[in-house]
Each structure stands twice: as C-alpha cells, then as structure tokens.
Design a protein around this ligand. Sequence first.
Ligand code: KG4
Ligand code: ZN
Length: 357
Amino acid sequence: MEAMSYAARMRRKADALMRRGAATVLAVESSCDETAIAVVENGRIERSNAIASQIDVHALYGGVVPEIASRMHVEALDPLLDVALQEAGLTLEAIDAVAVTHGPGLVGALLTGVSWAKGLAYAADKPLVAVNHIEGHVSANYVAHPSLEPPFVCLVASGGHSHIVSVERYGQYRLLGGTTDDAAGEAFDKVARVPGIPYPGGPLLDKLAEEGDDAAYAFPHPHTQGKYDFSFSGLKTAVINQAHRLRQQGQPIVAKDWAASFRRCVVDLLVDKTLAAALDAGAKRVAVAGGVAANSLLRRELARRGEAAGLEVYIPPKRLCTDNAVMIGAAGFYRLMSGELAELDCNALPALRMFEE
Ligand code: KG4
Ligand code: ZN
C-alpha cells in the first residue's frame, strides 16, 4: 500500500481535532525583534509563554537591525522550544498542531520562524497553521478574556499597524478605519527621539509622561478624509517642527512635559476614533491590541470613556499586548478549527494583509 502523504495525514488529524473542538497548539512568533514560543490550549488557556527579547541588542543601534534580528531568532528558537514545553509540563508528543506567524513583518525574521516551524511540524508529524500577526494581536483578547466572543470592535495599534477592526466572527474582519500613513507606535518611537528618549521610545515615553504636564505643549489634531482614520505622519512632522522652533528661540524642551503632551494627543485621537467607530457600528464591546495597547494612558482612557459610553471594554494585560506567541496560538486555534492548514511550501509574506484596505 502506498504511504499516505504528510498533507493527507495532516488533513485527517485536523479533521479529528475539528470534530473534537479542542487542540493544544504550539505557536511560534518571529516577525520582528522578539522570538517567542508558547503553548495555548483551545485558543483560550495560556500553558506557557517563552520570549527572548532582542531589545538590548537593537538599542545599541537605535532601532531594529533586520539581519541581526534574523540571526538571533535562529539562535533562540531551539532553546525556547524546551522552555515553552517545560513550562507547559508537556512533551512535543502531546502537542496537537504547530502555528506560526507568516506575515506581516520583516522578511528575514519571518522566514526563520516559518522554516523552523515547518521543520518541526514535519518531523513531529503535526498539522501546521499559518497565522497573520495582526490577527494574532486581536486574538490576545481571547486568552485575556475567556468569555469574549465576536462580534466586537478592536483597535489594533502597534509599531507597524494602526487599524480599527470590526471582528464579525472568528477569522472574519472588516476594516472600519486606520492610519493613512505611519503607525501609532512608529510615531511614539520617532517623537520620543526629539527630547532624547532612547529606543524603544514608546514605553519609555509612556513612563516619563506619567510625571509630565499634558497641557504644556499644544500639538495639532491632523485632519483625515475618513471619519475613523488617523494620520500620524502629519502629526509627527508638526511636532518635530515645533521642537526646531523652540530650540531656535532658545527654549529648552522639557522631556516629561513633551512626552505627556504628545501621549495625550495620540491617545485622544485613538480613543475618539475607536469609540466613534464602535458606537456607529452598533457594537456592544470594544477591545484593544498591539504594542501601543500597553500605553498606560490609552488603557485608562479607553476604559473610562468606553464604559461611560455604555460599552464593555476589553484590555489585555500588557505582556499580551506587545509581541508574544500566546496570541499566535489563540489565532492559530481558530484557524485550525476552520480547517485552514498550511502546506509545506508556506512562505514568509512580509506585506500580508488581514482584509482589503
Ligand atoms: O506589537 P508590537 O510589540 O510590535 C509590532 O508588531 O510592531 O508593538 C511595538 C510598538 C513599538 O512602536 C513600541 O514603541 C510601542 O509598540 N509600545 C508603546 C508602549 N509599549 C510598546 N507605545 C506607547 N506606550 C507604551 N507603553
Ligand atoms: Zn506586533
């Protein structure tokens, strides 16, 4: 009898998992500067969350160096697998499927994770699922809030993306609005450099802002065509020009006030537009995701104003907002349950989209 192919065997295994409605997923994330492997049960329960951050190395260069990121992912993946399995108290045998981020992100960084996950899935004879990184961020909410189910509206704000998404069902999204240029995290990182806040700008600016006066500097609210769109490039330019003007006038820039004023401006924009989009869409629940969702003021304001507007507000813990593999395991579970397996020719897709923009 001819041996069954890997693809056919995996289809059978996936069908059995779908009938069972349950699966323990080992997830791999390497799209940017964090290497992460996690074990997630049924898309909801975090069994382990192993992360190797490269921030200290990239900080030496003032930003992510793609070649260094790829090399460090390659070195980190094998040891992280041991940590993730050990923390979960499981052997590889007990894993039902492997999920991996295949885009969007840095091509070389993605490729290390995709190749490694394919090798693991094939060698261990497990089905492979390819996950969109942004969908991963949204899905962090499923682990953080076990009772949360679609439909809901989610603000996804990270270093590379800023979208307001309507989550209609698991795996089905509609774009309500988003940035027309730079991402919110990118704006935080660039504006942080003005008063000399080092990389990574976003979290350090957030910390400094806690002690600053957010009315010290007035920054413009840029106009956008779409009602729920943002433009952070215009804001960033206006803010940097203002810094030049102040310096020419011999006025020092007070870093904590600068940080607080800029943070207030970005958070007001994000919260205004997200709540408007959610209310106009008739949503009852609003969630947030992505690295910028770790911002203290955004978390406070979204909770306060969202609840005042009669919405249920869902905010994941900070460690599930910034890049991690738990969120990939959650998204991977729902992909697996809809029978979407990746083939062994699955590739890194640096510009992968989640919906038509
Ligand atoms: O989701 P993430 O970890 O990686 C991407 O997918 O991009 O997001 C990283 C971004 C960076 O721009 C970082 O500065 C920003 O999230 N970020 C923050 C905070 N923590 C991370 N921005 C503002 N306040 C924070 N506390
Ligand atoms: Zn991310």
